[in-house]
Design a protein around this ligand. Structure first.
Ligand code: SF4
Length: 62
């Protein structure tokens, strides 16, 4: 994987993006931050009303 950012690859924690989703390939495993410079947040709902309605659309399964 050329865009790997953890698990043996360099991961620079982006301190503007806190994240606890350690199953994500973009997560810096040893710190609670995302390694991407930007992320895309979206929703799977037509009328989002709760935090559960939102998604990180930059998630990649590691
Ligand atoms: S891409 Fe999204 S889910 Fe993955 S580490 Fe970054 S913020 Fe977390």
């Amino acid at each position: 994987m050329t865009n790997c950012t953890n698990g043996g690859c360099a991961c620079t924690p982006n301190q503007s993006i806190k994240c606890t989703v350690t199953n994500c390939a973009n997560h810096c495993q040893d710190s609670a931050y995302c390694g991407l410079s930007t992320i895309q947040v979206g929703t799977h709902e037509s009328n989002p009303t709760m935090v559960e309605c939102t998604d990180c659309q930059s998630f990649q399964l590691k």
